[in-house]
Design a protein around this ligand. Structure first.
Ligand SMILES: *Cc1c(COP(=O)(O)O)cnc(C)c1O
Length: 403
């Protein structure tokens, strides 16, 4: 049976997807079957340079040997046991995450949305335990993205994502991103936390102004609120440091992680100081698969590579090179109205819809994606080389010429 399947073309699988898979995604017409480093192959054997990286998941590229080895070893040992028992890779991963961040403790789950849910619950519970009454409201940002579950969707500040799903869970107030005064004005006796992405990913790669996060921190300190950074997309070297809070030099009270954490395996987490995490007492929160041996072994292997000597500095340098290439492209093509980036999280906004550029690049062997219709987003594996970036830039200029 597997032999017959392997003979099917891209089109045959696409037909199956269309017939049998819920149509929640608009998909590009290729079936990716193999990956190595910065490269992926489709079923017909076409190869692509991957500047999407599974949406900021494959930060070490595809099938990194250390991650593959860790998964293979762990799979042969123990895949899953309950959190009713101690789990070795989970403890080791938590220790390593604490070593490399401000946090004293981590809670593990399986995705970004789920990690956001955990952070929301932790903020509310901490406020409740401190004796505040009716103080469960969270200030979040317009254009933010926190996930698709009910709670994380309600936290998300985009009407199009809420559309048709009323009634939404209550307790979220949305204010303008990069406007600390708006956040300050929104604080009431009901507020328990401020939730923000240091760089809004899905919202268009919108970067926090220099003072913004610092001002939010001040507002939180003055009002006894928790500052929560959703680093699901900005985490794990994406912005030049292991975490974006280090890039912006502002320490949150709670950090939300997922995407690249597992090196390609699903896992989410939140981290906090003991003072905050102590409010998660037995019975307050749980996840059956959270922190399971397999995902933690993969995450641990990934974290070791990311934090190895010189790795992040090199990625940061490549990111700067990438940015200078995009800046140069902007001088040649007025259709590019804005270029922005931190580390290896880059965007070029066009004055026209970006879809034709993306299709054209794909046909020429480069995978990129867009956010908010007209913004090209580049979130490649951190191991991408300058030569590969040159290749993309050349292809992009050909595509932009046709626009
Ligand atoms: C992708 C993303 C999420 C949601 O993560 P899932 O794993 O898809 O649930 C949440 N927050 C941010 C900032 C994201 O980029």
């Amino acid at each position: 049976m597997s032999k017959i399947k392997s003979k099917q073309t891209n089109d045959e699988i696409i037909k199956l997807t269309t017939k049998y898979v819920a149509q929640t995604y608009g998909r590009f017409p290729i079936v990716l079957t193999k990956g190595k480093g910065t490269q992926v192959w489709d079923r017909s054997g076409n190869k692509y340079k991957d500047f999407v990286a599974g949406l900021a998941v494959d930060n070490l590229g595809h099938c990194h040997p250390e991650i593959v080895k860790a998964i293979r070893e762990q799979a042969g040992k123990l895949l899953h046991v309950s959190n009713l028992y101690h789990i070795e890779p989970q403890s080791l991963l938590a220790e390593e995450l604490c070593k490399h961040s401000f946090a004293d403790k981590f809670f593990f789950c399986n995705s970004g949305a789920e990690a956001n849910e955990a952070a929301i619950k932790l903020a509310r519970r901490a406020s409740f335990d401190k004796g505040y009454k009716n103080r469960g409201e969270i200030i979040a940002m317009k254009n933010s993205f926190h996930g698709r579950t009910l709670g994380s969707m309600a936290a998300t500040g985009q009407k199009k994502i809420h559309h048709g799903f009323a009634p939404l869970p209550s307790g979220f107030k949305h204010v303008e991103f990069n406007d600390a005064e708006a956040a300050r004005k929104a604080v009431t006796s009901k507020t328990c936390a401020i939730l923000v992405e240091p760089i809004q990913g899905e919202g268009g790669v919108n970067i926090s102004d220099k003072k913004y996060l610092r001002d939010l921190k001040k507002i939180c300190t003055e009002n006894d609120l928790l500052l929560i950074f959703d680093e699901v997309q900005t985490g794990f070297g994406r912005t030049g440091n292991l975490f974006a809070y280090q890039t912006f030099n502002v320490k949150p009270d709670v950090i939300i992680l997922a995407k690249a954490l597992g090196g390609g395996v699903p896992i989410g987490a939140i981290g906090a100081s003991n003072k905050v995490m102590k409010h998660f007492v037995p019975g307050t929160h749980a996840a059956t698969f959270g922190g399971n041996p397999l995902s933690c072994a993969a995450a641990l292997a990934s974290l070791k590579v990311l934090t190895s000597q010189g790795f992040l500095d090199k990625a940061k340098d490549t990111g700067n090179y990438f940015k200078s290439c995009l800046e140069e492209l902007k001088t040649k093509f007025p259709v590019i109205t804005n270029v922005r980036s931190r580390g290896m999280m880059l965007a070029a906004t066009l004055s026209k819809p970006a879809a034709p550029v993306i299709m054209d690049c794909m046909e020429k062997g480069y995978l990129i994606n867009c956010v908010q219709q007209n913004t090209l987003r580049f979130i490649p594996p951190l191991i991408i080389t300058k030569k590969e970036i040159d290749g993309l830039i050349k292809t992009l200029s050909q595509s932009l010429k046709k626009l």
